[in-house]
Structure formats: structure tokens, C-alpha cells
Design a protein around this ligand. Sequence first.
Ligand SMILES: [Zn+2]
Length: 140
Amino acid sequence: MKYLPLGYNTKDLEKHVKNKWRWEWLNEVEADGGKWGQWLKKPEISGVGFCEACGRTINYQSSGKKALRIHADDANHKKKVRTIKTNQVFIKTEKAKRISKLVKLKNRLMAKSNKPLKRRAEDSLTSQRKKQWKRIKVVI
Ligand SMILES: [Zn+2]
């Protein structure tokens, strides 16, 4: 489904609709702090909004904002929005963990690469090979 970009002029599209679409509906805040804009989209269809959380269209042309309010208060809808939020937080934490691991690894590698070349080579050698390395150094 194609959504209209935020603030798009819906005047022509909603010409024959009794209750016209209003972008400020997206700013409506729920008791839990969630905004309608988190799930409410405006498809390129007159008189109809779309709830991304439920995957359902909401017809607002006869009762306007009230229709959206009814949908926002629906228990199933609330459950779906909560699930999406929980998943988003989970994904964020997983991503943060992965990034911090990578940063640590990168810092370790950077620290190693800052050591003089010979030291670096030594670090990666086993004790047996270290002896060989010492002999080579003498030769150098
Ligand atoms: Zn919904």
C-alpha cells in the first residue's frame, strides 16, 4: 500500500469526503505516551486511514476522528502496538550489544596495531616460535 508523505495536501483526494483527513491526528497522544503517528498511516485512498500495527484500514469518512479513537481504544489494537514496541526495544538492545562488542574488538585491534611492528609480530607467535624469532632478531 502506498502511503502519503507527512503533510501532503489531501484536499483533492478528500474532495468528496464528509470528514476529511487531518495530519494533526498523528500527534494524538495516548495515556501510555504512544502517539497515533506510530501506527496511523494515510494511504492514497480517500476517507481511509491505515493502521500498520493491525494491518487494517480505518474508515473515518462518516465519523471522523471518532472512528480513529475507537480503533485506538480497541483492546486488540493496543495489544498489537505494545508487541511492536517491545520488539523494537528488544531489537535496539540486541543491536547496541552487537555494536559495543564490535567497538571493543576494534579498540583491541587498534591498540595492537599501535605497538611497534616487531612487538606485534611477537604477540602473535607461540612460545616455541618466539625462540625462533629471537634468533632471527639476533641475525637482523
Ligand atoms: Zn490498529
